[in-house]
Every structure is written in structure tokens, then in C-alpha cells.
Design a protein. Sequence first.
Length: 213
Amino acid sequence: MIDSNYIKIDKLSIPNVSRETLKHLEEYSNAILLENKRVNLISKSTEESIKIRHIKDTAQTIEFIDKNDIKTCTDIGSGAGLPGIVLGILMKSKKPEFKVIFYEKSFHKSNFLKEMTKKFNLNSEIYRRNIFNEKNLVTDVIISRAFKPLPIIFQIAQTNFKKFRYIIIFLGKSGKEILNDALNFWKFDYEIKKSLTSEGSLIVKISNLKKKN
């Protein structure tokens, strides 16, 4: 398994990851910067720190993804493909059957996703659709970054997905408070990983989600 605690994209050093994978991550970050001149994929203020703020930040979720019971990951509100493209690149050599499914309603962003998945030959499906309009979706993992607040992600999981194992979401410094608030309305188990890229921020893996009566 890739140990996310040793991911250092800024120094192009990830133990147990091939040079080709590192090269692809580098190429992907450069593609984002190039496309960002035309389409707003990431904040301009984070361009200089893209490898830490975006690539490394999303890559650290590999610790939750690289499991035997996970074969499909659905990235909702995908945007530039963070984290879906990064995870697809990292998992490609480890588990070729691993599939990333993207939902992004923007025409330009979904086209960028198509270009990236083709460029890196990723096992993927890309839907230029509004996730709120979809029904009976099936996946192992629902993952979301900078898309919607946690209560809305839970509602999407319950309403628009027929089956899923886990939800993985990025939370800021008020993450524990957000989780505690959600427990007033939902039952769920969760596992927390402290972010390697943002002090106080969390990455949370949620399972056994059920709405309280």
C-alpha cells in the first residue's frame, strides 16, 4: 500500500510509486495550470502551490482508497478532477480494474476531464450531468472535495445513490464540529485522518450512513 504520510509531490518523491506515475502527476498539474488560463479550474492564488495545495492534498486520500473492497470511486462535482484524476493515476499500476466515475455539469470542465483520462489512459466514466438529477447510482466510494457542505453530500448519497460503501470528504478546521452537528440528524461511523497539507483540516471516511427518524 502507498503510505500517504510519505507523499511529497513537491519533491517528486513517493515511495513505491514508479517514475512514470510521478511524471504523470507532474504532467497533470501542468495541464491544470495551462487550462486555468482559459477555464477557472483552481484559484489563481493557489497556482504556485499546486503540488502541495491540490496534488498532494488529494493524493493523501489514497490511504482510504487502496483497499481490497474498493473497485469504483465516484467523484461528484469533479471540477478539474481533484481528487479523481490523481487517484486514477496513483491506482492505475496497482489495480488496473480500479475505475473512477466523474460527475461534472460544466461543459468545459467535463471536456478537460475527458482529455486527462484519455491522456493518462485511465479506467473511467465521465458524465456531464447534474448529480442532483441522477438516480440509483452504484459505487464503492463517493468522494467530494470543495463541492457542497457535508449535510448536502449526505443527502446526495441517500437520495441519488442506490448503493455505496463509503463517503470520503475533506473538512476544514471546524471539521469535528461539522461531524458532531451531522450526528444530530444522521447515524454513521467515521475514521479521521489529519491533513498533511493544511493544519487543522481533516479527511474523513464515513460508513454505515443512515438518516435518523
